[in-house]
Design a protein around this ligand. Structure first.
Ligand code: AHG
Ligand code: MN
Ligand code: MN
Length: 334
């Protein structure tokens, strides 16, 4: 192996954010600080996940979240960590979280931003040492500063995002984010406690041969999706489904592919949440040259009417998403 010990370690996330500050639509430094707050909470959660098997933080917490899903201990821990970091930071007036029924007012009424967060994505994989993640969206508030964030501030559509990102706690931990000028990925160096730029200007392949879908529910999928899945099989595609959206998305982003979570009999509007999962990943994939729809409509243009709204998700390489849309339109085998 040609391993050069004198190689520079590279650009830290902090330095990168600082350099890019001028690209932000409102370059006041607050959004930069907010991104750093999220990265810090991500490091703490990463530490807790890494030690999960040793700290009695695996397994169920014993309560359900607002969506009737069983909360895992780490769901609760991650939720607390991110909320605390965002509260302490001061840039955010309100947070909406997959794990909380109502808007969380931070008390920082001067804060200009709103954060929507899935603190821990892929809960079912926590106990079995499989990649999990955090997903976040950042919006500018619409109301005047000086008071609490409003429901209207929180229910903006995806096109209003000023930044979005995810952290993947995987074989290595990465933070990937966009502020609307492309997508950049940073890998965590645990011994230095820093994220370093490792994947500059990520572009997703226009097409791929991987499809990610929980086919357990296929009998109740829309005909167009069933037909697309058959098309994938007839054309030698590979099925890859981790069951952690972040991890499936991340692989497909880098390698090309498509992730599909359609409406099912069990989940008539799909399972995934528009505000905490779909919008952020849609913003990222579009910035990387890919596409995200609900099978018919662009995810980022869906108008949210409630915090915990769900929607079907078809996301990934543009040509593959287009193909699904074509199948959905015709609803017959092509
Ligand atoms: P969360 O753990 O935040 O509730 O999200 C779980 C999501 C997503 O990560 C994953 O792709 C999907 O649920 C898996 O659902 P199925 O088990 O129905 O495939
Ligand atoms: Mn999730
Ligand atoms: Mn979650």
């Amino acid at each position: 192996m040609n391993f050069n010990l004198a190689l520079p370690v590279g650009t830290t996330l902090d330095r990168f954010i600082m350099r890019k500050e001028k690209d932000f639509p409102y370059a006041t430094g607050e959004l930069s600080q907010l991104l750093r707050d999220i990265a810090l909470a991500g490091k703490i959660v990463n530490r807790e996940i890494n030690r999960a098997g040793l700290l009695d933080v695996t397994g169920a917490f014993g309560q359900q979240n607002v969506q009737g899903e069983e909360q895992q201990k780490l769901d609760v821990i991650a939720n607390i960590r991110f909320i605390r970091a965002l509260r302490n930071g001061g840039e955010v007036c309100a947070i909406i979280s997959e794990e909380e029924e109502e808007i969380i007012q931070t008390g920082n009424t001067k804060g200009k931003y709103i954060v929507a967060i899935d603190p821990l994505d892929g809960s079912s994989n926590i106990d079995v040492n499989v990649s999990i993640g955090t997903i976040f969206s950042i919006y500018r508030r619409k109301s005047e500063t000086g008071c609490d964030g409003t429901l209207e501030d929180c229910l903006q559509n995806g096109t209003q995002q000023v930044a979005a990102g995810y952290i993947i706690y995987g074989s290595s931990t990465m933070l990937v984010y966009t502020t609307g000028n492309g997508v950049n990925g940073f890998t965590y160096e645990p011994s230095l406690g820093e994220f370093f730029l490792s994947h500059p200007d990520i572009k997703t392949p226009a097409t791929g041969t991987v499809y990610s879908c929980n086919e357990g529910g296929v009998n109740s999928f829309p005909e167009g999706i069933k037909n697309y899945l058959n098309y994938c099989k007839e054309n030698g595609y590979s099925g890859r489904y981790i069951g952690s959206l972040v991890a499936d998305f991340h692989r497909n982003l880098l390698k090309g592919g498509i992730y599909i979570y359609p409406s099912t009999a069990k989940a008539p509007n799909g399972k995934l949440r528009l505000m905490y999962e779909c919008n952020a990943l849609a913003f990222i994939v579009e910035q990387a040259g890919g596409k995200a729809t609900d099978g018919n409509r662009r995810i980022m243009e869906l108008e949210p009417t409630e915090l915990h709204q769900r929607c079907p998700l078809v996301i990934g390489s543009t040509e593959m998403v287009d193909k699904v849309e074509a199948f959905m339109k015709s609803e017959v085998a092509v």
